[in-house]
Design a protein around this ligand. Structure first.
Ligand SMILES: N[C@@H](CCC(=O)N[C@@H](CS)C(=O)NCC(=O)O)C(=O)O
Length: 222
């Protein structure tokens, strides 16, 4: 298997972390987003979307972090994607929620525009998006904190699921903008559980380096 990815990519890290925690071995091909490696014609020939992650497994070529996660989990029979119908439906629900409601309002509106993403966005529009996100994201963060996590260690219960791998990458993106998770104690406890995973530090090292650089540029607290 070959995984095209970049550790600074928020959708690559869940796949990299899940694979590392599950003992899934693959050849890792670094697609350097900072130098537009995703737009290199050689990579576009593999994945015309020009985004990461992207997985090749024999005759299967597949993108989309959620699809890659569920494929890998089913391939190895991982308990992180439970076989029981109703338990699996709850993991699917949380995956979809993270990839839509949370990703849009928190990542796309609140955090990314701080760093000129999407590329070429007008700075005035960025400021408007950030203001909109800061007003609206708490609605979803409250649901995550109080209802989805509540007093449980993980989003879908007592044990880790694919939703935790995906969701924690979106939430920790907030580190790049020093987002204040003070009002969300259950989110903070959950993220601490995720950070305690044996493969977290190695998987997140590239991202943490980028966060430190962004914070010093923006003169945010370390
Ligand atoms: N829905 C896709 C999104 C993939 C995606 O947009 N990845 C970003 C990095 S987090 C990327 O490669 N961006 C490059 C670009 O948009 O040019 C997934 O979940 O895998």
């Amino acid at each position: 298997m070959k995984l095209y990815c970049d550790p600074i990519s928020t959708t690559s890290r869940p796949v990299m972390l899940f694979a590392a925690e599950s003992g899934i071995a693959f050849e890792r091909e670094h697609v350097d987003l900072l130098s537009d490696g995703n737009l290199d014609p050689a990579y576009l020939a593999i994945n015309p979307n020009g985004v990461v992650p992207f997985l090749i497994d024999g005759d299967l070529a597949i993108g989309e972090s959620m699809a890659i996660l569920t494929y890998l989990a089913q391939k190895i029979g991982s308990p992180a994607y439970p076989a029981a119908l109703k338990a699996r439906a709850k993991v699917d629900e949380a995956l979809s929620w993270f990839a839509t409601n949370l990703h849009e309002y928190f990542c796309l509106f609140t955090i990314y525009p701080n760093f000129g993403i999407p590329k070429g966005v007008d700075p005035m529009l960025s400021q408007a998006l950030i203001a909109f996100g800061e007003e609206k994201a708490p609605r979803w963060l409250k649901v995550l904190d109080q209802h989805m996590i509540g007093d449980k260690p993980f989003v879908c219960g007592e044990t880790i699921s694919l939703a935790d791998y995906l969701g924690s990458a979106f939430i920790t993106l907030g580190d790049a903008a020093a987002y204040d998770f003070g009002p969300y104690p259950n989110i903070r406890r959950w993220i601490a559980n995720m950070r305690a995973l044996p493969s977290w530090d190695a998987t997140y090292a590239g991202f943490n380096g980028m966060v430190a650089a962004l914070r010093s540029q923006a003169e945010l607290p370390a």
